[in-house]
Design a protein around this ligand. Structure first.
Ligand SMILES: Cc1cc2nc3c(=O)[nH]c(=O)nc-3n(C[C@H](O)[C@H](O)[C@H](O)COP(=O)(O)OP(=O)(O)OC[C@H]3O[C@@H](n4cnc5c(N)ncnc54)[C@H](O)[C@@H]3O)c2cc1C
Length: 468
């Protein structure tokens, strides 16, 4: 790694959330010291915090993300399970309603999703990441209640961060600069990297957006009688004729999260009575019926900024030396596909492997690592924007023939996957981020999807598991 004036062999990670902690893990052993700059103070216990407002909503960790997390921080899946994460095998433990009926409940055990509230997940990952780096040659320091407010350097190189302390004592300076040879932006979906670029005299990286205009509203419940609680989560995604959806999924401590969603004109309300009423207007009454057997534990929380947005920091010339962008700061997804955390893990793993394989942080290594992280994002991006095009509007929404074809094909494949184990396997492999999208167009899958006649799904939520 190139030494830099005053920055030495040090790195600053902006944002001590999930991607930030995984960035720390990826950099361990490659720098002498890492400073994590986190705007919030971490709460005691597992309370929600302001810097991660999406944390009140349902978060599932896909099997592809679990694999990446295990490679970065071995033992984390077991630690999450120990902390109460629910293991849900697809499709056995999530009953899914498709436009043509309910998905069959195959007992495949190929893909396990983890369901746990975000504060618990983040605390487990943070504790393990900081412990792992403490056992390496890299020193780490976390500056809580400290906000990054700009980059220092010039158009060609980032050489540090301007920070503002949020709880400086009387007479203490609130602003200062922290020099570093490498700055990682992991500040999430509200990242100000484009504005910071402008202040350095750089143009913003190319940005793509596909916005289905979806909004979320979430409330926590507990079944009144745990013995009669459903034995599986339930997912009723919206579809063009009924663009309102819901997912009712167990989390730790015997609680369940109900997330309602809807595109423009169908946003779920945050008023409690209206929220319950909205749950009766989705594509199937089953979830609404289950609510009669549960008591609410929380108010309703809403969330509106759910657009797919990708900033192409990996393109030639889009990244100054000494800068790297990971997690939501680089790419956010419509959350209904449950991909963001998994992609953060896959991106961090790509960075770690690039550094390990290429002799560490030599000049040019960050651009290479950014390209590797972008490749890790690609499958999830294609899946999300392919599925969202029919709902999107705006300048960037015009789909080419290839994308329209892929939306038509995915729609047909999704219907087939509900009733066909072979197609279902391929669908789940790709959507759980364990196989590339090309798996969906393998000859066997393509033929079954295109040639076999459409068959409806089951008429009611299946109670029996098939092939157990
Ligand atoms: C409603 C909703 C539901 C979702 N559901 C799922 C799901 O089911 N599965 C899934 O995998 N993903 C899901 N996601 C995506 C997931 O939340 C994100 O992909 C993930 O949190 C990205 O991690 P991150 O570290 O990049 O950002 P964040 O987790 O948002 O962390 C950013 C951190 O940076 C800090 N920060 C911000 N600005 C500054 C600053 N200027 N200076 C210092 N610190 C700063 C914040 O305080 C925070 O700690 C969902 C997203 C939404 C919106």
């Amino acid at each position: 790694m190139a030494e830099h004036s005053n920055g030495g062999r040090t790195a600053i990670v902006i944002g001590g959330g999930l991607a930030g902690m995984l960035a720390v893990t990826a950099l361990a052993g490659h720098v002498e010291a890492i400073t994590v700059v986190e705007r919030d103070r971490y709460p005691q216990g597992h309370a929600f915090r302001k810097g991660v407002p999406q944390a009140r909503h349902l978060h599932i960790l896909l099997s592809g993300g679990q694999r990446a997390l295990e490679e970065l921080l071995p033992g984390t899946v077991a630690a999450l399970t120990e902390a109460g994460a629910r293991s849900l095998y697809l499709p056995r433990d999530i009953l899914t309603r498709t436009p043509t009926g309910w998905q069959r409940r195959f007992d495949e055990r190929r893909h396990r999703m983890l369901s746990i509230t975000r504060p618990v997940l983040d605390a487990v990952v943070r504790e393990r990441a900081l412990r792992a780096v403490a056992g390496s040659t890299t020193r780490v320091e976390v500056l809580e209640a400290t906000e990054a407010i700009g980059l220092i350097g010039d158009a060609g190189r980032v050489s540090g961060v301007r920070v503002r302390s949020r709880d400086a004592g009387p007479g203490e300076p609130t602003e200062r600069t922290l020099p570093a040879a490498l700055v990682v932006d992991a500040s999430g979906r509200a990242s100000r990297a484009p504005q910071w670029y402008a202040a350095l005299g750089r143009t913003s990286p190319h940005e793509e957006t596909v916005d289905a205009g979806l909004a979320y509203a979430t409330r926590m419940y507990r079944p009144k009688d745990p013995d009669t609680a459903p034995d599986a989560g339930v997912n009723v995604p919206g579809w063009p004729e009924c663009p309102r959806g819901a997912a009712y999924i167990p989390v730790e401590d015997g609680n369940w999260l109900l997330t309602l969603s809807g595109v423009r004109g169908h946003h779920p309300p945050t008023d409690e009575a209206e929220f319950t009423a909205f749950s009766a207007t989705i594509g199937d009454p089953y979830i609404h019926e289950l609510l009669a057997q549960a008591e609410p534990l929380s108010p309703v929380h809403g969330f509106r900024d759910t657009c797919n947005r990708r900033r192409h920091f990996e393109r030639p010339g889009a990244l100054p030396e000494g800068f790297l962008v990971l997690g939501d700061a680089a790419c956010t997804f419509n959350p209904v596909y449950g991909q963001g955390m998994s992609v953060a893990a896959l991106g961090a793993l790509a960075v770690r492997d690039t550094l390990a394989g290429g002799g560490g942080l030599r000049p040019g290594a960050t651009a290479e690592a950014q390209r590797a992280a972008a490749r890790a994002v690609e499958p999830a991006w294609l899946a999300a924007v392919g599925a969202d095009r029919p709902y999107a509007d705006g300048q960037d929404a015009a789909a080419g023939l290839g994308e329209r074809l892929s939306t038509w094909y995915l729609d047909r494949l999704f219907a087939r996957a509900a009733v066909d184990r072979v197609v279902g396997d391929a669908f789940r492999d790709v959507f759980c981020l364990t196989a590339p999208p090309t798996r969906l167009v393998a000859p066997r899958i393509l033929l079954r999807t295109v040639l076999l006649p459409r068959r409806p799904g089951l008429p009611a939520p299946p109670t029996a598991v098939e092939g157990a």
